[in-house]
Design a protein around this ligand. Structure first.
Ligand SMILES: Nc1nc2c(ncn2[C@@H]2O[C@H](COP(=O)(O)OP(=O)(O)OP(=O)(O)O)[C@@H](O)[C@H]2O)c(=O)[nH]1
Ligand SMILES: [Mg+2]
Length: 618
């Protein structure tokens, strides 16, 4: 089997295309579905004619989640580059291509998506512009197929192209030592921990004893699954799920690798590095970097012996924490802050782990020391200056270097600084609390900052700023004021569901009549159903129920109302309040708040007595 990976700019239609090809929506998370945006890797099983199959890894296009894209990128051997014909090649199209040229991609197919939105003439122009923009990248001259995930146009052609490409690829090396970078960890009731990843080389069988590196934990593999089917053994090139009951789910994470006895974690790597031309001026003799190897993301320093040029050069990569690496393994480097892609390459040799002096300046040591003392109590630059006995301008400058190295985190409003180690420890405590809360109250959206602050013994003002920093990095989710573990989706109990179904029911004869909001809240208050209040919040937060003025509608009612209004306005151009009432067969009491709601949502625009459509929604 081989791995097909998507790449391309945000919203260009990667996930929609994967869903159209496989029937699986790769956006697994609630937050992804709410925002219509991929945040983390998604997976799907592609089955083509003649029994050809492949694993698909779908990546997020948004630059904020590039670290997640990178965790899946190493496993791709066929690249499915997705470009929206309406927008053409965009920044993350280029960035993804820059990243993938350093990794294991062997063949590229370009899918031009959303062709249903363009005329034949426009399509001709777009086609040429895109081909021109792809010159000089790994997608130059690649087979290009025009598709629409909405109409299905071109999908058969794309399937054929994928089948030909997959059939022509040689198998990956199954005789090499086992190397399976872990990209997902979860626990199943009755089974225990399951890890998934792309089997890069080697093979794994049920019953094998494997090691997680660099942590060094060992476990027997109870069972091996490939896309939901149990297998006795699996060879390189496949997506794999391993049930490893001997390992606690919290003891492994993305970034570790499942290996045989040959490999262990390394920190000192001799590498061949090629800089991106645009990054040459950012490289110094010692450059702090984020290194991406397999599914791991680690901090380190790139050491160059010569002035960087655009050719491949010998260099050394010294990592803060060990990762599994061996000659031939590929990597990508990013600058720490701002996150700019520097280049990448492959490992040439590894060294016995040597202690590396971190080369910190006295000012850096003093500031890091002051912050470490303060724990998570954020310090302003002025306070750090006093504690470290340094001039404030020196502190400000040095903090930049420490932030860039990942040793210090900047909080906002007001700006202050915390030591990264303390922040990480606090993050671990927050995630543990969130997971416990999700277990106890699976119907709730999550925790508020007040609740988290109380549970973790932090002042609320500080907790809010730390939580904002974590959410900004995508380590936890913030969904309309509720914090949650990123992969958590709330689910009501059958009792709760039944209760709300009855409470907010739709009358088939009068489908647009709402329920008074007050009535519902007092019924919820009186209900003898555990968790009814939080379940109600969840329904509101997810748009299953929608409050309009003093009334409560089902989301499905509002969707129908909106569709009718849009249809009417597309036809008639404008609409009066009484036309709106007739359209829905509803009374003034309900119509006025509904119209105001539609205005506030940016669906309609009010001018005098009329409403018009604010913009064509697609
Ligand atoms: N008209 C039209 N719209 C499309 C097509 N494919 C996707 N879309 C729409 O484009 C939007 C983005 O689609 P996604 O598949 O989520 O895009 P994506 O590339 O996965 O986005 P990220 O993962 O966030 O980078 C959605 O609203 C889709 O419905 C298409 O072929 N035609
Ligand atoms: Mg997507």
């Amino acid at each position: 089997m081989h791995i097909v990976g998507t790449a391309g700019h945000v919203d260009h239609g990667k996930s929609s295309l994967v869903a159209a090809l496989t029937g699986t929506n790769p956006d697994r998370w609630l937050e992804e579905q709410l925002r219509g945006m991929t945040l983390d890797l998604g997976f799907a099983h592609l089955v083509l004619d003649n029994g050809i199959e492949a694993g698909i890894v779908d990546v997020p296009g948004h630059e904020r989640f590039l670290h997640n894209m990178l965790a899946g990128a190493a496993g791709m051997d066929v690249l499915l580059l997705v470009v929206d014909v309406n927008e053409g090649v965009m920044p993350q199209t280029r960035e993804h291509l820059d990243i993938l040229r350093y990794l294991n991609v062997r063949r590229t197919i370009v899918a031009l998506t959303k062709i249903d939105l363009l005329s034949e003439d426009e399509l001709g122009i777009a086609r040429e512009a895109i081909a021109g923009d792809l010159r000089g990248t790994i997608a130059e001259g690649a087979e290009t197929i025009e598709v629409s995930s909405h109409t299905g146009a071109g999908l058969d052609q794309l399937r054929n192209a994928l089948a030909d490409t997959l059939a022509s690829l040689p198998a990956r090396d199954a005789e090499a030592p086992l190397y399976l970078p872990v990209d997902r960890v979860f626990a199943l009731p009755g089974l225990g921990t399951v890890v998934t990843g792309t089997l890069m080389q080697g093979r794994v069988r049920a019953g094998d004893t494997v090691t997680f590196a660099p942590s060094g934990r060992g476990s027997r593999v109870r069972s091996v699954h490939v896309f939901g089917k149990q297998r006795g053994a699996v060879e390189a090139g496949s997506r794999v799920a391993l049930n490893v009951p001997g390992i606690d789910r919290h003891d492994v994470a993305r970034g570790e690798a499942v290996v045989g006895r040959e490999f262990s974690g390394r920190t000192h790597l001799d590498v061949r590095f090629t800089a991106l031309p645009g990054a040459l001026k950012l490289l110094q003799r010692r450059t702090p970097v984020h290194a991406y190897i397999g599914s791991a993301e680690v901090l380190g320093t790139l050491l160059l012996e010569e002035r960087p040029g655009s050719n491949e050069m010998r260099a050394r990569l010294v990592l803060r924490t060990p990762v599994v690496a061996f000659p031939g393994v590929r990597f990508v480097l990013r600058r720490l802050s701002p996150h700019i892609l520097l280049g990448g390459g492959f490992v040439e040799g590894i060294e016995a782990n040597a202690p590396g002096g971190d080369g910190a300046t006295p000012a850096e040591t003093a500031i890091a020391g002051a912050l470490a003392q303060a724990g998570t109590d954020a310090m302003a630059a002025g306070d750090i200056a006093v504690a470290a006995n340094l001039r404030e301008d020196v502190v400000v400058k040095t903090l930049d270097a420490l932030i860039e190295r990942g040793d210090v985190i900047r909080l906002q409003r007001p700006v202050a600084f915390v030591h990264a180690t303390a922040a990480r420890e606090y993050l671990t405590a927050v995630i543990a609390y969130l997971e416990e809360m999700h277990r106890n109250e699976p119907w709730a959206m999550g925790a508020t900052s007040v609740g988290i602050a109380r549970a973790t013994g932090k002042g609320e003002a500080l907790a809010v700023r730390l939580l904002a920093a974590f959410a900004d990095e995508g380590r936890i989710a913030n969904r309309g004021g509720y914090y949650a573990a990123v992969d958590f989706t709330p689910a009501l109990t059958p009792k709760q569901r039944e209760f709300f179904d009855q409470l907010v029911s739709v009358d088939a004869g009068n489908p647009f009549v709402p329920v008074p909001f007050d009535e519902v809240t007092s019924a919820v208050r009186k209900a003898q159903i555990p968790g009814a209040g939080k379940a109600f919040d969840t329904l509101l937060a997810r748009g299953v129920l929608i409050k309009v003025g003093e009334f409560l509608y089902r989301g499905s009612q509002i969707a129908q109302i909106q569709a009718r209004v849009e249809q009417f306005l597309l036809r008639a151009g404008k609409m009066t309040a009484s036309e709106f009432r007739d359209l829905l067969g509803t009374s003034r009491k309900y119509a006025v708040p509904l119209l105001e709601w539609l205005d506030a949502r940016g669906i309609t625009l009010r001018s005098g007595d009329y409403r018009t459509l604010r913009k064509r929604s697609t």
